[in-house]
Design a protein. Sequence first.
Lengths: 113, 114
Amino acid sequence: NAGVTQTPKFQVLKTGQSMTLQCAQDMNHNSMYWYRQDPGMGLRLIYYSASEGTTDKGEVPNGYNVSRLNKREFSLRLESAAPSQTSVYFCASSERGLTYEQYFGPGTRLTVT
Amino acid sequence: AQKITQTQPGMFVQEKEAVTLDCTYDTSDQSYGLFWYKQPSSGEMIFLIYQGSYDEQNATEGRYSLNFQKARKSANLVISASQLGDSAMYFCAMREGGDYKLSFGAGTTVTVRA
């Protein structure tokens, strides 16, 4: 049981390049999320998917797109990377229950030069 | 407006002592949930403890307890008998109503001294 996995772990991009961050969970959760973490700002929600087939914007969606490929997988795409997108990206998943606790992946450290 | 405020950027605590991390929140919902997560230097996010707005008792999980003061809108984390492995960043977070999303505070760095 791997929980939430993310690839890649590290990535360096040049300004204007595109890339897709992959996320998969094996807990049969309905909801999945993408966050970014910047120093001194905590985690901010980029996009989320409450259930398969739905996606919604979070607090900081500009410059990103997402795809909920199936129940397991939720990808985040940067179409034209900018230095302001240098950050650590976390994927998370959760299920309806007592707490709606979110389980996090290990993170992807992205640097845009 | 900030939904979650953590006013202590960094704290030092002596091993075996207790430490309290402050968290205040802002919501107009009657139903909400409060979470604490730990992020060690390795980077992963580890769930510690949860408190629901209707829970009458303060939540406890081992050495972690949540001091929930609803009228003051505070949800402070208490770590008892600190260990060197408790050195990490700690985040307070909130879920409102039936929403799935979490709002996070800026975090507090705890350093445990031997």
